[in-house]
Design a protein around this ligand. Structure first.
Ligand SMILES: Nc1ncnc2c1ncn2[C@@H]1O[C@H](COP(=O)(O)OP(=O)(O)OP(=O)(O)O)[C@@H](O)[C@H]1O
Ligand SMILES: [Mg+2]
Length: 319
């Protein structure tokens, strides 16, 4: 159960949020003709946390988010917010704020006017427009025409639009696109702040490094299917340091590896006599090989970092 602070908005007064901010995807599938864009996908997204929804280009992220928002009808399964389908929500803009792609803005309108067009639809007063402009750091340029905004400023304005209704769930599709390092850092701080207020923050990206310092949880998909879901620490646990070792006597090296590092080594594809050994350091491998009289021609420390784990899980690299 997540306690929601007063700052979280009018809906949070004297209330604890339990399942209401939970996003639940169950057996979700979507086919476009013969393309299976989303394939039997199931995962949960919890309030009070930032969840990274990750996968390479074409993995099915946007399609999943569109189904969650009732914009695309699933072929099978469901995606709910607080147990309800989006189309069954009473006041959807108050519950979910979504920014699916770089929104189109009327270039002649100022940032403030852009928001004022949306405010009545979300049933919030005009004063809320200035609040969200300040929240995304656009208060100084509120009077400027959007046509002259940079990509990063447009992203901020899109986020401001998303926040208008003070929603408890935020769904952001690739919000870091087009942001410079300072902008990415600003986005990280804002998303973490929104999650601390008890909101559910679901943010997609095709690059792990872009959101690595922002997210608490990760949901990773590839070719429409779930490949990994855990707290970020669960992904970090899959990182490895090891050693690449090569000998002109391939048989002797393999025998030694079986004896000393059973279950922790594999052959380097296409390189006879070369092995990768996990969870050891180079001196340890050198010592063992020397003691066994196995000649070595290579002894290289290797690191399987977070990004490598991500690429392996999503099948972007197969090594
Ligand atoms: N309206 C559509 N009609 C036909 N195919 C579609 C449609 N929308 C998506 N697809 C296909 O579904 C697959 C998943 O696309 P989707 O946009 O969901 O991926 P994504 O993970 O968001 O990728 P990206 O990182 O490039 O944004 C792709 O093969 C895409 O071509
Ligand atoms: Mg997409």
């Amino acid at each position: 159960m997540t306690q929601v602070g007063e700052a979280a908005g009018p809906w949070a007064v004297d209330r604890t949020v339990d399942d209401e901010g939970v996003v639940e995807v169950r057996g979700l599938s979507k086919s476009f003709g013969t393309v299976r864009a989303v394939d039997d996908l199931s995962f949960r997204v919890l309030p009070g946390r930032v969840t990274g929804f990750l996968g390479p280009n074409g993995a099915g992220k946007t399609t999943t988010l569109r189904m969650l928002l009732g914009l695309v009808r699933p072929t099978a399964g469901s995606a709910t917010i607080g147990g309800r389908l989006y189309q069954d929500l009473q006041r959807p803009q108050r519950v979910v704020g979504a920014a699916l792609e770089a929104a189109s803005f009327h270039p002649g309108r100022t940032a403030r006017d852009h928001l004022r067009v949306y405010a009545p639809q979300v049933a919030v007063p005009d004063t809320r427009c200035d609040e969200v402009l300040a929240l995304v750091g656009l208060d100084q340029v509120a009077h400027r025409r959007v046509g002259g905004f940079s990509l990063g400023m447009r992203q901020r304005l899109g986020l401001a639009t998303t926040l208008l209704g003070d929603p408890r769930v935020l769904v952001l599709d690739e919000p870091a696109n087009g942001l410079d390092p300072e902008g990415i850092r600003w986005l990280r701080d804002l998303l973490r702040h929104l999650a601390r207020e008890g909101r559910t923050v679901l943010v997609s990206s095709h690059v792990l490094s872009e959101v690595q310092q922002t997210v608490d949880d990760v949901v990773i998909i590839a070719r429409g299917r779930l490949v990994h879901a855990s707290p970020l620490s669960g992904l970090a646990a899959l990182t490895r340091t090891g050693v690449r070792v090569a000998s002109p006597d391939a048989d002797a090296l393999r025998r030694l590896a079986d004896e000393v590092w059973a279950g922790r080594w594999r052959e380097v594809p296409g390189r006879p006599g070369a092995l990768e050994v996990d969870d050891v350091d180079a001196p340890a491998v050198g010592r063992v090989a020397f003691a066994a009289g196995v000649e070595l021609h290579e002894l290289t420390p290797t690191v399987v970092g977070l990004e490598d784990v991500f690429l392996r899980l999503t099948g972007t690299v197969t090594a």
